[in-house]
Design a protein around this ligand. Structure first.
Ligand SMILES: NC(=O)C1=CN([C@@H]2O[C@H](COP(=O)(O)OP(=O)(O)OC[C@H]3O[C@@H](n4cnc5c(N)ncnc54)[C@H](O)[C@@H]3O)[C@@H](O)[C@H]2O)C=CC1
Ligand SMILES: Nc1nc(O)c(N)c(N[C@@H]2O[C@H](COP(=O)(O)O)[C@@H](O)[C@H]2O)n1
Length: 253
């Protein structure tokens, strides 16, 4: 088996030097029946330890890791690269939360760790940055900032979303060169469906899918019900077996 960093370096173009814009990787772990979580959004451990380690390597190879606010609320994730050996001193990615209405709970673990693990700041813990709509109230913005989050207001699209096409400039303006988008299903769906850029290139550079040999049944699909029409064709790049899981890398055609 190729080592996770080798596998990623060989198949993922995460260096922005050549294209002059941020690299965007879309990734998720799914069951054989295309579910990413259980009923009501209950978190399910799909990845085995080998593919989970690969995911943490992938996190460390991107400047930022992005999730939707529902994932933050439902999973209360840490979004670090803490499975990598600490001796490597690899800085963790910058967590970004897409949160148009600023629903971010100030009790989130990611914020608690930022506030309490002061000695680990920059090494394993980063301040959560929350991207919200420009129309959120000053009071709510202050609440989140006082609790320790950085709030970044941006214009919203007609659906009240942070438009996928606006992400590259948001990312660049924040000084970030690559972003790994981890979900959940609503966010994955909008980025899978997003149109090409003006220059004909794809907004999403790579798609990395971990497939676990299990069924979930009732649960949250990779894309929400009704949004499975018009999904893009993917160009196959490579598959690697990691423990019990298959990890496939594709790009959009
Ligand atoms: N197995 C896996 O790899 C992963 C599973 N999950 C699961 O996904 C579930 C949550 O997924 P969802 O409920 O679909 O929520 P989500 O995490 O996709 O968040 C959706 C929210 O993000 C905001 N948003 C801002 N800009 C958006 C845009 N451009 N497109 C879409 N949403 C935008 C909106 O407020 C929207 O309601 C959880 O159950 C979690 O466990 C989440 C990540 C990875
Ligand atoms: N790669 C992967 N495999 C799974 O089995 C998962 N459930 C997920 N979920 C994603 O990872 C986040 C949790 O991260 P932490 O371990 O807390 O750092 C979760 O919020 C999903 O984005 N991913």
């Amino acid at each position: 088996m190729t080592s996770p960093p080798e596998f990623l370096k060989n198949n993922l173009p995460t260096s922005s030097a050549s294209i002059g814009r941020p690299h965007i990787t879309l990734t998720w772990a799914q069951s054989l029946d295309s579910k990413i979580a259980g009923p009501g959004g209950q978190r399910v451990i799909l990845s085995g330890k080998e593919s989970m380690l690969m995911t943490h390597w992938m996190r460390s190879m991107h400047d930022a890791i992005l999730i939707g606010v529902n994932t933050l609320i439902l999973d209360d994730p840490r979004l670090q690269a803490n499975l990598l050996p600490p001796s490597l001193n690899i800085p963790p990615p910058q967590p970004l939360i897409l949160d148009p209405k600023l629903r971010f709970p100030v009790t989130a673990r990611i914020l608690g760790e930022w506030n309490t693990k002061v000695s680990e700041r920059g090494r394993t813990v980063r301040q959560p940055w929350i991207i919200c709509g420009e129309d959120v109230s000053l009071k709510r913005k202050e609440q989140v900032e006082i609790a320790g989050g950085r709030v970044i207001p941006v214009p919203l699209d007609e659906r009240g979303h942070i438009s996928p096409s606006s992400l590259p400039s948001i990312i660049s303006n924040l000084g970030l060169k690559s972003v790994m988008i981890e979900g959940g299903s609503k966010v994955l769906s909008t980025f899978l469906h997003c149109p090409k850029r003006h220059d004909g290139s794809n907004l999403v550079d790579s798609v990395v899918i971990t497939v676990a040999p299990m069924f979930i049944g009732d649960g949250i699909g990779v894309v929400p019900q009704g949004e499975d029409i018009g999904l893009p064709k993917l160009k196959y790049i490579h598959t690697e077996i990691m423990g019990k899981d298959a990890v496939m890398i594709c790009s959009k055609e």
